[in-house]
Design a protein around this ligand. Structure first.
Ligand SMILES: [Zn+2]
Length: 332
């Protein structure tokens, strides 16, 4: 980890339970690559949307933007990470099996539990060190959405109404309406802020972001997303919000025209996001160390080499797990 080690002073040498105020902000462009529906799992609700100002100025018109909820983003990325930990036997046993989020049986010792947090039934708790926020579409909702019929009516891929629907329990769905979806090439801007991570934990969490690609409704087989890391900053405080970044980038891209083009070229969008980060950074009251575009690329390349090398990856994750001082799972 040649690139990351140059920034070691901005991370923790070893895990600590007390806040140290060392923040890493990942600037991510999430690009939708297939028709996608973002909504609360299993809710049957329509797309999540919010009314917000189009640009950064108070006189800017109010528009509706599509939202990917912070819960959705973290849930998907945790799932990606836990798949890897499970494969490498780095999830610890619990009374009733193995560390599991679905069964609310956190082991309280694996990297996932320690980085993303847990609240155990027995009273143990660890606050998440990954701070996320709802991500907004760069474009107004009407430009990037459309309606059509989809096959899987529920997120669990069952054609039956879920049990919680009460009197309709177990009733087969008929006469489905059309679902509103997000069109391919829609862009969402997102800052994931991570607090007090060791370099090993950052490699894990960043790997989860870059390796996650399905953010749509589970099992509906729609909602492919490509995450690109367009910048990374180390700082002693949190920086600015997803909404500010989205609005500022919108203003830059729109220029004098009535509205944004759709789809936008990746290059233009990334350039605008980078310029916006530089502009918004001036409002931050604190110390910020920003990686330039080349260094960010080099870091992503380094990470991609690591994930391609199973032995190196396994040994790094084992070391990070041992760093919590509770050894390794018996079968690791
Ligand atoms: Zn765990």
């Amino acid at each position: 980890m040649n690139v990351l080690s140059q920034y070691a002073q901005h991370m923790l040498e070893s895990y600590s339970n007390s806040p140290r105020g060392k923040y890493v902000s990942l600037f991510i462009v999430r690009r939708v690559e297939s028709e996608a529906i973002f909504r609360t799992e299993g809710s049957g609700e329509p797309l999540n949307k919010e009314f917000v100002h189009a640009g950064g100025d108070a006189s800017s018109p109010v528009i509706q933007r599509v939202v990917i909820s912070k819960r959705k983003q973290t849930a998907v990325e945790r799932r990606t990470g836990r798949e890897l930990l499970r494969r490498l036997n780095l999830l610890f046993a619990t009374k009733e099996g193995v560390c599991s989020l679905n069964a609310n049986q956190p082991c309280e010792k694996c990297i996932d539990c320690m980085v993303y947090g847990y609240a155990a039934g027995g009273g143990g708790a660890q606050r998440s060190r990954v701070i996320t926020d709802d991500a907004f579409s760069l474009h107004p909702a009407p430009l990037i959405t459309d309606k059509k019929m989809f096959n899987a009516p529920f997120d669990n891929s069952s054609p039956w109404l879920p049990e919680k629907e009460g009197s309709d329990k177990g009733k087969r769905m008929t006469g489905l309406g059309a679902d509103e979806y997000v069109r391919p090439e829609a862009l969402f801007l997102d800052i994931e802020t991570m607090r007090d991570l060791t370099p090993g934990e950052l490699q894990y969490a960043l790997g989860n972001v870059l390796r996650s690609s399905r953010y749509g409704a589970i099992a509906s087989r729609i909602g492919k997303v490509r995450n690109s890391l367009v910048g990374i900053a180390f700082s002693d405080c949190e920086l600015f919000s997803n909404l500010e970044l989205t609005q500022h980038s919108y203003d830059l891209l729109r220029g004098g025209s009535a509205d944004l083009d759709f789809p936008l070229s990746d290059t233009a969008a990334v350039q605008a996001v980078r310029e916006s980060i530089q502009a918004l950074r001036r409002r931050v009251m604190g110390q910020v160390t920003m990686l330039d575009a080349d260094t960010t690329h080099a870091l992503v390349a380094e990470l991609s080499d690591l994930y391609a090398n199973e032995d190196a990856l396994r040994s790094g994750l084992r070391e990070t797990t041992r760093g919590y001082g509770r050894g390794l799972p018996d079968n690791a």
